[in-house]
Design a protein around this ligand. Structure first.
Ligand SMILES: [Zn+2]
Length: 467
């Protein structure tokens, strides 16, 4: 379905008939559907970036074995609280999407080329969903563990030719009056680091925003009302696993759940309702790096944010919650091995990214083994550590060439200890998990095309007239 008209026709006939079949309501005409429109006051859209099916399962299995509880996401499915769909995330030009095209498919209802944000292959600028909600009188917010200017949040609010235009994206957030922005990317805000020398902190402040630069400033009570800009890192926020084992970072950086809680308290003050995007953005980065500890504990941090959102939504009947991912990444899985191998993850203290940070081609095998053991509890055999050293020297060659790089080799070193292994270091084409709750979610069971989410959300909220 290439154009808007055709897609909307499909939506009316296809997805809404699914709605009625799915909910078991006898259907005589269009009236019931029309009456549904506008029932959704608030929308909370949660994205675990780059979450493969195995990531969802491993977070749940880890929590059951280590803490005796399921993950929030799986519990919602177990208790039939949410609808479950499977979603095709392809972009306009690729089977395998990137995060920009993926977020744009939800953010404007069109497939765009990989790398683009709400600008179609023919150059058409499509209105993103946050400004559409703003124009309907609703509050708007973006929360992420990556740079706030990164592709996923930007897909809900910005129009740029390429996702790399982070400084332009920051200006668009300002000009478009996004009410709440929490994440990283000091570099894209500060006059000292921006190419144009423009200090956006000053501009946001002059526009009435409360500025937070650390966790205590975010949590001191000034953030529950009024416009908010919270920037907690130069680039991305740290991996959760590194953060919880670094006292300074526990003090200074809020968790995704804490940011989500502040955002919901703040935005729900708008009597017309709100839309909030929440991204666990570094699950993707860890998967690219074949970094099981980084990935698992960021997925669990994302899961904690689901809990916060659902605690708000389940007490009311006017809030739609979407929980999904934009694509798989490296498709990790725990493969047949004693369960104790999986339980080794309970001994992890740091990410692979942390391990690699202090090592290079001049490191000794002993240094490598010590650092791996400190971070994970794994006493790596010498020959395995030697493979990692060879990869840092550019001298290691895997038969599947994409697995020759140092993060892939370190991922395989650690896989000897956890039996969680990887299919590569890039996004995958898998159809993705989609869980949804609240008014409008009836249309989101079964098989869903990414762009349909835009239609379902905007129609449920009544912020756009159907074409
Ligand atoms: Zn990615």
């Amino acid at each position: 379905m290439s154009n808007k008209q055709t897609r909307r026709e499909f939506f009316k006939v296809g997805a809404l008939s699914t709605l009625l079949v799915g909910s078991g309501i006898a259907f005589a005409g269009g009236c019931d559907v029309i009456r549904q429109r506008g029932k959704t006051k608030n929308v909370i859209f949660l994205v675990s970036d780059g979450m493969s099916a195995g990531t969802l399962q491993m977070a749940d299995t880890y929590l059951r074995r280590a803490e005796g509880r399921p993950s929030a996401w799986i519990r919602l499915l177990e208790e039939n609280v949410v609808k479950r769909g499977l979603m095709d995330m392809a972009s306009a030009d690729r089977i395998v999407t990137d995060s920009a095209a993926a977020a744009a498919s939800w953010g404007c209802g069109h497939r765009v080329n990989n790398g683009a944000l709400n600008i179609g292959p023919d150059g058409t600028h499509h209105d993103p969903i946050l400004p559409i909600f703003r124009d309907a009188g609703k509050a708007t917010g973006l929360v992420t563990t990556t740079e706030i200017t990164h592709a996923t949040p930007a897909g809900f609010a910005a129009n740029v030719e390429h996702r790399s235009q982070g400084e332009d994206i920051a200006v668009q957030y300002y000009e478009r009056g996004i009410d709440l922005l929490l994440g990283g990317a000091h570099n894209h805000l500060s006059g000292e680091t921006r190419d144009d020398g423009r200090d956006l902190y000053t501009e946001f402040e002059n526009a009435g925003y409360n500025i937070s630069r650390n966790k205590s400033e975010l949590m001191n009570g000034n953030s529950t009302e009024g416009k908010q800009l919270g920037i907690f890192a130069n680039g991305h926020l740290p991996y959760t696993l590194d953060q919880v084992n670094t006292p300074d970072l526990i003090e200074s950086v809020p968790t995704l759940a804490e940011m989500t809680d502040v955002a919901i308290q703040n935005l729900s003050g708008n009597s017309n309702g709100f839309i909030l995007q929440v991204e666990g953005g570094r699950v993707d980065h860890a998967a690219h790096g074949n970094d099981v500890g980084g990935m698992l504990f960021d997925q669990i941090a994302f899961d904690d944010a689901i809990e916060v959102a659902m605690n708000f939504a389940q007490e009311r009947d006017d809030t739609m919650v979407i929980i999904t991912t934009d694509h798989g990444n490296a498709n990790p899985g725990f493969s047949s091995a004693p369960d104790s191998q999986f339980d080794n993850l309970q001994k992890f203290r740091h990410s692979n990214s942390w391990i690699g940070r202090e090592l290079n081609e001049n490191s000794t095998v002993s240094e490598i083994r010590e650092r791996i053991e400190y971070a994970t509890g794994y006493e790596a055999p010498r020959e395995v550590a030697e493979d990692f050293l060879a990869s840092m020297k550019g001298e290691f060659r895997a038969t599947y060439g994409r697995m020759s790089g140092q993060s892939a080799v370190l991922g395989q070193v650690i896989a000897n200890y956890t039996d969680v292994n990887w299919v590569g270091g890039s996004h995958t084409a898998d159809y993705v998990e989609l869980a949804s709750f609240g008014p409008g979610s009836e249309a989101l069971n079964g098989f869903v095309i990414n762009t349909q989410l835009f239609d379902v959300i905007t129609q449920a909220a009544g912020v756009l007239e159907p074409a």
